[in-house]
Design a protein around this ligand. Structure first.
Ligand SMILES: [Zn+2]
Length: 340
């Protein structure tokens, strides 16, 4: 280890569970964080400071003012600029630890790009806000024998589970079906920043155990806590279920789900259009849209306001349309102003 690293990580190396060998293993580790909202921010921040050598940050969204209460890697200027979260996160990480590599990927994790996005990492961390992406990650992780850690928070409730393919239960063992019906989300139930950081702290600790090889210390349960109501529950996730569709029968239906429908983002009154893989020149588009409404762009993102809608357009052709939950309306708007 370089002398300057001795000082930076000295208190962590002093901790018997990590030690010098553990620290070296962290530095050699590559970790993907899927989704960089509140949970992803906390995970990325903890692991960057802990010295995980490469962090791959994958996020499709941009920073907004309502994120700042809990998404600790972002500040007011990121929201004012509508910076993509992956880009803003990697800038902050570079400022807190220039000795590690943080790779921003402004992408929506999809079956079509998941090999490229998650290839070569030692561990995948869940910073997403939806079960669709979690099942996709679970399929990939089980198929490729890569560990991943489920983590989520809503209201004052936090939940997390380690998935070590071939050893522990996977997400589908515990939840064979995606929870349906009126799920509470951050947009309906609100969220305490402390609940997010609790879930992320537990998950980041488990990540350090996995990356340093302290497998005997791993928690093998689905842990949930309600920090406001002082409730805590643990369900065993010790063993895979033989009849599990994913890890038992090796049916990877989510990985095969090419051509999925449009996603309606959770309760935010917005629709994402992600089927168009069409590179877009944002300054050219900006000039074109000026006649139709107000428009603003930077290198990463273009915003177009056409009452009552707000469209955010990314260079790969993806768009988030606010002001509707009707996919047909969103599709029409996209076709009219961007192309069909
Ligand atoms: Zn399973």
């Amino acid at each position: 280890m370089k002398p300057e690293l001795d000082e930076r990580y000295s208190r962590q190396v002093l901790f018997a569970g990590i030690g010098l060998n553990g620290q070296k293993r962290l530095i050699e580790s590559r970790v993907a964080i899927v989704g960089c909202g509140a949970t992803g921010s906390a995970l990325a921040s903890l692991l960057a400071r802990a010295g995980v050598g490469t962090l791959r940050i994958i996020d499709r969204d941009y920073v907004e003012a309502s994120n700042l209460q809990r998404q600790t890697l972002f500040d007011e200027s990121d929201a004012a600029e509508s910076l993509p979260k992956a880009v803003a996160a990697c800038r902050k990480i570079a400022a807190m630890n220039s000795q590690i590599v943080a790779e921003p990927h402004v992408r929506d994790l999809r079956p079509e790009n998941i090999d490229e996005m998650l290839g070569g990492v030692h561990l995948i961390l869940d910073g997403t806000d939806n079960f669709e992406t979690r099942y996709l990650v679970n399929d990939y992780a089980v198929k490729n024998s890569v560990s991943w850690i489920y983590a989520a928070a809503v209201g004052s409730y936090a939940i997390t589970m380690n998935v070590v393919p071939g050893e522990t239960a996977c997400l589908s063992c515990i939840f064979p079906q995606s929870p349906t019906g009126a799920l509470e989300t951050c947009d309906t139930a609100g969220i305490l920043n402390s609940a997010v950081n609790f879930a992320a702290s537990v998950a980041a600790t488990e990540a350090m155990k996995l990356l340093t090889g302290a497998k005997q210390q791993l928690r093998r349960t689905l842990l949930s806590c309600d920090l406001w109501r002082n409730q805590r529950a643990e369900v065993s996730a010790e063993k895979p279920r033989a009849d599990c569709r994913t890890c038992g029968q090796k049916e990877f239906v989510h990985l095969a789900g090419i051509g999925r429908p449009h996603i309606t983002l959770c309760g935010r009154n917005s629709v994402q259009i992600h089927e168009h893989d069409r590179p877009i020149d944002l300054s050219e588009m900006s000039a074109r849209l000026q006649a139709h409404g107000s428009v603003r762009h930077n290198d990463f993102v273009l915003k177009f306001w056409k009452e009552p809608f707000e469209m955010t357009l990314f260079p790969d052709g993806r768009a988030i349309i606010k002001g509707t939950t009707d996919t047909a309306v969103a599709r029409t708007l996209y076709a009219r102003y961007v192309g069909s």
